[in-house]
Design a binder for this molecule. Structure first.
Ligand code: HAM
Length: 418
């Protein structure tokens, strides 16, 4: 788990703001759900035999003896809220929240990560799949990422999945001896997980496994074709990945994952999602289709760093007030500038002019506003540019806000560009 401190946190704020702007532009509204849920939400929604729910959840009994879980992912809580509040679909929502998984920590894989995501409930229309996938694609692109790929697959539905699972189970049963230890014994529980297994043994054994998309029912086949056509029409590049089954039980039909080509292969998934047309029912609601995606900010920023895009740009301070006359002027002047909407800091503790100016310089402020005994007597302030050698001048106390604003307007773009 990580502390995210300034100035890195400035980048988080920007990512959040940019995500909110993008998805709110597509009519997704913010949802904030509790950090903890009854464990049943994840048992029923995500599946008890999924790796995440079975082995990685942080769970505890509360004082009433109810077993609770720290949210390991965002979809089941949103769907629980949908069932509970029963809003009129289509219901499109986004979230930004920490998720907890007791995984083996490594670079890009943490026990607490911060997920941004969207969920859209109601329409079964493949056009909604295209909307959701392309929103994620557009977000990565807007951050400046170029080295990422989109893989898609279809997991079918209740109509075609049983027959495909039977086919896959038979195929794997014939090769049981070639599978990794874990899957040799667990094959019958969920054969799809074998397709996703990263071991050499399972990968080799499944090289010629039947592909789900060749065994979809007509409705799922048509749905997948229309999703593909929509992505093609929008110029969103993708590849079909027959192994993309995702780890949770709720997925149906379209599944997708974005991978960064710029980071370590093991933790390269920068976002993923899919349809979950049965999840609302699994959590006790009326049958309602749904689709969404989630992405982890930490991994996203690792990908940005690897590509050298989206650098940390802390907000520029417009002014730093240096008062060596006791501090009373600083109290008023700082408040006046801030109330006028300027970003301002000041020196404290009656430190020397030299010491305050050093801090002013380190703060990154554009100008220092110096108040010494002469300035105090004259009702003036000395405006000293800190990012250029010249331009120091005396400014009438009444004109300080206007002068700083004018100076910032002229210099802030140049300063940011350096
Ligand atoms: P997920 O693939 O488990 O899907 O997680 C989504 C994204 O969260 C991943 O692609 C990755 O960027 C990030 N992530 C996951 N686990 C970690 C971790 N341990 N450390 C750092 N980053 C991580 C879901 O959670 C689904 N709820 C997505 C979804 C939404 N499906 C439908 N709607």
């Amino acid at each position: 788990m990580h502390d995210v401190l300034w100035p890195e946190s400035a980048r988080w704020e920007q990512v959040l703001a940019q995500f909110a702007h993008l998805v709110e532009g597509a009519a997704y509204g913010l949802a904030v759900t509790p950090l903890i849920e009854h464990i049943a939400v994840f048992h029923r929604g995500v599946g008890e035999d999924s790796e995440m729910v079975g082995k990685e959840m942080y769970t505890f009994a509360d004082r009433d003896g109810q077993v609770m879980a720290l949210r390991p992912e965002g979809t089941a809580p949103i769907v629980r809220a949908f069932v509970q509040h029963n809003p009129t679909p289509p219901w499109k929502t986004w979230y930004a929240a920490p998720a907890f998984r007791h995984e083996r920590p490594q670079h890009g894989r943490y026990r607490q990560h911060f997920q941004l995501g969207v969920e859209a409930l109601g329409p079964a229309d493949p056009g909604l799949d295209v909307e959701v996938v392309s929103l994620a694609h557009d977000f990565f692109t807007a951050l400046g990422l170029r080295q990422f790929t989109l893989n898609i697959n279809s997991m079918g539905d209740g109509e075609c999945r049983p027959a495909y699972l039977a086919l896959l189970r038979d195929f794997l049963a014939e090769r049981r001896d070639q599978l990794c230890d874990a899957h040799r014994d667990r094959l019958d529980q969920n054969p799809l997980r074998v397709l996703d297994c990263k071991t050499e043994a399972c990968r080799a054994a499944t090289a010629n496994a039947p592909h789900f998309i060749d065994h979809l029912c007509d409705a799922c086949g048509e749905h997948f074709a229309r999703v593909r056509a929509g992505l093609d029409a929008l110029g969103v590049p993708y590849e079909i990945d027959h192994r993309l089954v995702r780890g949770f039980d709720y997925y149906t039909r379209t599944t997708f994952e974005f991978a960064s080509g710029a980071i370590d292969a093991a933790q390269n998934a920068i976002g993923g999602g899919g349809r979950y047309d049965g999840l609302v029912e699994m959590l006790g609601g009326d049958p309602t289709p749904g689709i969404g995606f989630g992405l982890g900010i930490e991994r996203l920023l690792i990908a940005c760093d690897a590509e050298g895009v989206y650098p940390t740009v802390p907000p520029v301070l417009e002014a730093y007030v240096v008062d060596v006359t006791g501090g009373d002027v600083a109290i008023e002047l700082t408040a006046e500038l801030r109330r006028a909407g300027l970003r301002v800091d000041r020196g404290f503790d009656g430190r020397s002019m030299k010491s305050q100016l050093k801090t002013a310089d380190r703060s990154g402020a554009l100008v220092a506003l110096i108040v010494g005994s002469n300035e105090l007597a004259d009702g003036a302030v000395t405006l000293r540019p800190l990012r250029e050698e010249t331009g120091q001048r005396s400014v009438d106390r009444a004109d300080v806000v206007a002068e700083v604003r004018a100076y910032a307007a002229e210099h802030i773009a140049t300063h940011k560009g350096t």
